[in-house]
Design a protein around this ligand. Structure first.
Ligand code: MIG
Length: 782
């Protein structure tokens, strides 16, 4: 009934509630112990901890000194920070070398000031306190030019100013639209910018958290379904600094195996060995590159995880082996629900060891998922994580190196869509209810899976794909954005969603290319594959009974273009891999919103239909049907069309032309972009490295090229290759120098081609190579 106009029956409107905010109140007393300041206020207790010079942790509890145990998200421990306190008549000033907190003693509002006396974060009238439900809340000032990014996985536009958002991991099969709020991931974190300067806030709360950037135009709030609030302020000053500070606290993505960066093909489901082999054969016949095929739930025996259905998949080991020989890996799905079946080993073992989530009286929680009534491993318990992780030997023994975790919100087929909130999690000795820990279930399943694979894979890098997660999920898994649809709107949504995931620390994410539910079509799949070529994660996946959407599904014309863009992914692999390496070290996303690189350019504040790959490439895809033109914005500098070499001035808008076969890509003048020849899989090593140079007049740039074996952890003990490529452009011509920096790994390439763009045939180009290794090199002017 609520789906009709009855939903807005005239007598529905309730009287608006007046806001009941109770401040934590006047500062009565405080005590400093090293970098921690414990404050006793009229209505509660506040702790201020300088985690690092530029990371401040603030906690509040109404009844006692706040508990400082962090959630599973936080991996860094506090550094020794020298903190000084200056008490005035009205204020308490607490400072490290980088920042000062000015606390108003009467209202306990806190302003954060940097060394240049600039206010970074402020609370003019409201600050810490409680809302009408006695839950902890914190208000902060919002200025006219403030913009808000991150918040994990959300629908809608890049800039979340004006939105109200709730964090509660939810399986949403219904079409994701602007009013869809809670989705699979909960990352209670944002990065705010104000005229180019940035700060960030991470609310470390594993139950429901609400961010309200809507109810007022001058202040925003975040509140938790708890009495205690625990949040961190990252003081920037640039957006990149904030990201670095945030990922220092919660960790970065480990460098993925290269095959995880290739093109992946999935379907719910490829139901048998024959079907999988036939699929791969078609890719090979058509010479379309492919690195992985996914096995969705039909591969199992009655949806029992850690089993294969013997009729459909009689020889999984042989299949994995044969496909591996042609450069294709198999990634099976593993859901958390364990079938209630007393004759099934995993269930028996989990039950006898008390590894499943249970009520406080010891009764095991059972909920309905694919296998019917099922029990759920308690991943908050270390022993359970180890047990489940070890169980993955079942897969690794078959030659499998990647696992796909689904349904781990956890999703349960009932009214609430999840586990009973009164279930208790063991939480490594600090038991808490499911209500309190709901949002970390997927994160800890990821931890268990990743570590389990790592244990058995013998120095190979594991790959885990997850649907659900919490802050820090990138430490274990790649995130795909769940059940989207074959709608143009969902192709559009992919861009801000993945960019905000990147800002939230998740550098490795991507959508179901082509759309999961509903029926895709040739044009949509083509345009989506063009975008997918650059989303960090590149997988085509579709639902049961929908029209098939493998690259060849819509006829020759589309197939040829789709193939070209899958090939192009492999052309860009060396550059993408270097960006993944950077992300693994600094948290910088691979796919970036323009404001991250150009924070002082207000025109980049909310660009939703363009993105950057690293700092030198702008991609402006076509995102609507029957469209061959669009307007684009290029930031300052000069830019070169990747396909045609045509030059464009930055700092302005352009109307560009892009037929169905064109994904518009622009390279910044001065850039050095290492590319390769395309190939059928990352299993094939490159014989040639192509160093594309886009010279800029009177300029010197250096790019550091990185490469390793792409699959082991040997790079961590120094087995990698690094060289500096320096390009000096002046009146005399172009000087290119390649200088080895680190050479404990020997790249396969025998040939280096320097492609110099935008120069005449008679421009002098001088190449100098300081290399330990002999390779032939040539120059190509274009
Ligand atoms: O409720 O395993 O998002 O990718 O194909 C459906 C079947 C369960 C949801 C995942 C989707 C997957 C599907 N799963």
């Amino acid at each position: 009934m609520l789906d009709t106009s009855f939903a807005i029956t005239p007598d529905k409107e309730k009287t608006t509630q007046t806001h009941a905010f109770k401040s934590v109140g006047r500062l009565k007393n405080y005590q400093q112990s090293e970098q921690t300041i414990e404050c006793i206020c009229e209505n509660g207790y506040v702790s201020i901890v300088f985690y690092k010079e530029d990371i401040i942790r603030i906690l509040m509890h109404p009844k006692h000194t706040p508990n400082k145990q962090s959630s599973f998200a936080v991996v860094a421990s506090p550094e020794n920070v020298e903190v000084n306190i200056k008490e005035g008549v009205d204020t308490l000033e607490v400072s490290s070398q980088s920042v000062t907190l000015i606390i108003n003693k009467e209202s306990f509002t806190v302003n954060v000031i940097n060394q240049d006396e600039e206010v970074i974060v402020s609370e003019s009238d409201f600050g810490l306190g409680y809302n009408e439900k006695q839950q902890a809340i914190c208000y902060k000032d919002m200025e006219k030019n403030d913009h808000f990014y991150g918040f994990g996985q959300k629908t809608g536009y890049l800039d979340k100013r004006g939105e109200k958002m709730s964090m509660w991991n939810t399986d949403v099969f219904a079409p994701h639209n602007p009013s869809t709020d809670e989705l699979y991931q909960s990352i209670p974190y944002f990065l705010a910018t104000r005229e180019g300067k940035a700060y960030g806030i991470f609310v470390d709360n594993t139950s429901k958290t609400i961010f309200d950037l809507q109810s007022s135009t001058t202040r925003y709030a975040f509140s938790v379904e708890e009495q205690q609030l625990d949040y961190y302020v990252f003081v920037g000053p640039t957006p990149k600094d904030v990201l670095k500070q945030y990922t220092t606290l919660i960790g970065t993505m480990p460098l993925p195996p290269k095959w995880a960066l290739g093109y992946h093909q999935s379907r719910y489901s490829y139901k048998s060995e024959e079907e999988v082999r036939e699929l791969v054969r078609t890719f090979k016949e058509k010479s379309i590159p492919l690195d992985a095929v996914y096995l969705d739930i039909h591969y199992m025996d009655g949806y029992r995880v850690f089993t294969f259905n013997k009729n459909r998949f009689p020889h999984p080991e042989q299949m994995v082996k044969d496909l591996r020989e042609v450069g294709v890996r198999i990634v099976p799905i593993v859901d958390p629900g364990v079938k209630r079946d007393v004759e099934y080993a995993i269930y028996k073992e989990g039950m006898s060891k008390h590894y499943f989530c249970q009520y406080i009286d010891g009764e095991v929680y059972h909920g309905d998922v694919w296998p019917g009534s099922s029990a759920f491993p308690d991943f908050t318990n270390r022993d359970v994580r180890l047990w489940w992780g070890k169980r993955h030997k079942f897969y690794t023994d078959l030659g499998i190196e990647g696992i796909w975790n689904d349904m781990n919100e956890p999703s349960v087929f009932n009214e609430t869509k999840t586990m009973d909130l009164s279930v208790i999690h063991e939480n490594d000795g600090n038991p808490k209810s499911h209500r309190e820990l709901h949002n970390v279930y997927g994160l800890m399943m990821g931890a268990s899976t990743y570590n389990g694979l790592k244990q058995t894979l013998d120095n190979k890098r594991p790959f885990v794909l997850t649907r659900a997660g919490y802050a820090g999920v990138q430490r274990y898994a790649t995130v795909w954005t769940g059940d989207n649809r074959s709608f143009w709107e969902h192709l559009q949504m992919t861009l801000p969603m993945c960019m905000n995931l990147g800002i939230s620390g998740v550098a490795f994410s991507g959508p179901d290319v082509g759309g999961f539910s509903n029926d895709s079509n040739g044009e949509l799949l083509t345009r989506w594959t063009q975008v997918g070529m650059f989303t960090p994660y590149f997988r085509n996946h579709s639902v049961l009974e929908s029209i098939h959407q493998e690259p060849w599904s819509f006829g020759e014309e589309y197939e040829q273009i789709i193939k070209r863009y899958i090939e192009e992914r492999y052309v860009w692999m060396p550059y993408l891999y270097i960006l993944f390496k950077e992300a693994s070290e600094t948290g910088m996303p691979v796919m970036r919103p323009l404001f991250l690189e150009y924070p002082h350019d207000a025109r980049t504040n909310n660009i939703n239909d363009q993105f950057m790959i690293g700092s030198d490439v702008v991609v402006t895809p076509i995102l609507t049907p029957s469209t061959t033109h669009r307007s684009i914005y290029l930031p300052e500098g000069r830019w070169v069309d990747y396909w045609t070499g045509k030059q464009f001035n930055g700092g302005q808008y352009h109307l560009i032309h892009a037929e169905l076969d064109t994904l518009p890509i622009f390279i910044k003048e001065g850039a050095i972009i290492p590319l390769a020849r395309t190939k059928s899989s990352t299993a094939i090593k490159d014989k040639e490295l192509l160093i594309h140079i886009y010279p800029k007049d009177n300029n010197t740039t250096t790019f550091t090229y990185y490469e390793d074996d792409g699959e082991s952890f040997d790079y961590q003990v120094g087995k990698y290759y690094e060289c500096d490529i320096t390009v000096i452009t002046n009146d005399a011509g172009i000087d290119v120098q390649l200088t080895n920096k680190h050479q404990q790994y020997q790249p396969e390439w025998q040939e280096v081609t320097y492609v110099i763009h935008g120069v005449d045939a008679d421009t002098p180009v001088n190449i100098t190579e300081f290399s330990y290794k002999h390779f032939t090199s040539k120059v190509f002017k274009q």
